[in-house]
Design a protein around this ligand. Sequence first.
Ligand code: ADP
Length: 658
Amino acid sequence: MLRQSPEYNRILFEFLPVGLALCQMDGALVDVNPAFAAILGRTVEETLTLTYWEITPGKYAEKERTQLESLEATGRYGPYEKEYLHRDGHFVPVRLQGRIIEWEGERLIWSSVEDITARKRLEDDLKERNEQFRLFVEHSPAAIAMLDRDMRYVIASRRWVADYQLGGREIVGKSHYDLFPEIPERWKEIHRRCLAGAVERAEEDPFVREDGRTDWVRWEIRPWYDRTGDIGGIIIFSEDITPRKEAEEAVRCERDFSAALIDSLPGVLYLYDRNLTFLRWNRRFEEVLGYTADEIARMSPLDFFAGDRELIREKIEEVFASGESSVEADFVAKDGSRTPYYFTGLRTELDGRTCLLGVGIDITARKRAEEELKKYREHLEEVVKERTGELRDGRLALLNLVEDLGAKTEELAVANERLKEVDRLKSLFIASMSHELRTPLNSIIGFSSILLNEWVGPLNDEQRLNLSTVLKSGRHLLALINDVIDVSKIEAGQIDVAVDDFDLYDLCTEAVGLLTDEARTKGLVFILEPIHHPMRTDRRRLLQCLLNLISNAVKYTETGTVSVSASLEESPALVLLTVADTGIGISPADRMKIFTPFIRLDSPLKGKVPGTGLGLYLTRRIAETVLGGSISFTSLPREGSTFTLAVPARCEGKVMQP
Ligand code: ADP
């Protein structure tokens, strides 16, 4: 058999493209074929001068030892990969395996060696290509994910990881649907179609996330194919357009807001360019004028005015020239109706065009108010004119009145003077007549007393009664005349003050003594509480005042007591003489009347008790003008009255003016 012939083996050894080597256990090479020598870049002869260790880089020493141990134990080694040292110094990757053989009683290592440089290079190329692909995908600025048929991640770009918040998680091998449970069925359907070969895309698609917010995405999905040409999975390109959508939304909101704002303005708002072409206006503008948007777009601002057109043209020019202006003019609607408006214009730039932004407000109400105001003003002027006339007349009338009053005052002054003179003459008459009046009265009183005392002969009862009446009437008349004279003297300012030194105590006892009989006759009880106090005043007049008060108390009291007391007041220093009774009293309505001359109050006693109505009047006048004091009283009807005379203890002879 050929295969068994040494020649055949030799040829095989020589021409086999695989390196074959036979070495001793210590590493000395016994035989190598040309393929082995070629791996080292040497000839066979050259190679046979080397040992195994000389062709093995030092870094494999450890690995070699392991292989040798395996060889010793099992009789075989490899296959394993290592490198040989090439003649020119570079390393040659090789794959080798071997076994121990026995030849002529010696143990030798038989190795087959394969140069794997080309495979290694291919592998490295592939590794590099893979790395490039990984880098390309991972660093792509787009969000890209590559998924297998089971929707498991093969690779994803960093952008994808960032956009879908997958950072910090190992996603390769994970299911897309596990990572995003919220993926809708609609999308799963698309994935299925793409896994079947379809290519699909969407410009914007809402992705409602698990937490409720909506991400907006633009995506494209296409299948990828494995080396067999089958679909290996899908590639998803996606772009998170949420910020753009939000920005668009914000712009849309802003635009809607301004549109709503402009439309809700109470006035009209418009924008036109230098060619007087309308660019924008609010709804109110259309409503006020009654034109449609199409009509307005074809019209000039001047078309909305009638008589004021020239003025409007000037104002528009002014806005474009100086920046702003305003004007009042009638706005003419499509139906010809006119409404007064106030317009303000402002020059503004829009998209590089100079425009006029105008606002107009209806001033009908203001105009009407102005009209009314004008009417009122005119009416007011008339009224003022009228009133001024009336005032002038009134002033004249007043002047006349003042003049009349002046005349009357003069007349009054003259009349007053005349009256004073008459009064003086009356007082003079009374004063001078008093003597003439008193003299015959004194005779009447004196002689009737003599007759009554029966000094000139006995009287019968009737004569005694008549004479008593004469005496009583005479005395009453004398008292009346004395009072009248006193009044006249006081009013004529002719009363003299005669100052005496005396004791208050004596004065009080004297006054009470003079009226004791009268009181006793009526069954009244006198209570006297006088004090000692030196007095220097008109004793006769003070006694007259006190007698008047006590006499009244006795007259107007039917039962009970009459108390007379004296006391001192420190500040101001006054002597107080008080006469209190338990009589009929004085009603509040009569309080002011009792000091009026000739006034006697109505009472059941009025007819019974004598009186002139001059007593209190005189008492007060004397107290005030002669004694420099005052009189006051308190009283309750049916309970009694208390009169108090307050006079200074020292009067120093002053004569008071009436
Ligand atoms: P007449 O001479 O009438 O007493 P007066 O001037 O002394 O005159 O008093 C005026 C009036 O005051 C009296 O008529 C009487 O009505 C009233 N009057 C005076 N004193 C008293 C008194 N003590 N109690 C009640 N009424 C009095």
